[in-house]
Write a protein that binds this ligand. Sequence first.
Ligand code: ZN
Length: 153
Amino acid sequence: MMGSNCHVVRCPTCHHSDRNFGQDAYDQLDVIGIDEAQFFEDLYDFCHDVADHEGKTVIVAGLDGDYLRRSFGSVLDIIPLADSVTKLSARCEICGKRAFFTLRKTEETQTELIGGADVYMPVCRQHYVTGQVAVEAARMVLESQKVQCSSCV
Ligand SMILES: [Zn+2]
């Protein structure tokens, strides 16, 4: 795929890609790849416009669910637009089975928390469920210690 006609452009939102890239160069593109698609707010409109009206092939990669297995961004919204969908998996870090879920190892609760292996780990269904119980128990212990510490002061 890499070659003289392969260009990579980073853009904060999809619809800015033609501005960052230049209209002539953008018009010559056949394929547009989007990674981390869960973070693009204009994903649906962009994919709809460029695939249907500009004749581009759009390849989208992203998380379908967050660490609580809730729909993440607009990734699930674009499935009706797609020719095909492939759900990928990793390997469970605990048992090695196929991992479809992400376990957050910290007590942070905001949906968008950028991090790597220090914050997230791929897990199978069994270890997602047992891991969530362990993370929740740890969170409750930490919060009870905060209460105790603040009452000690
Ligand atoms: Zn496992």
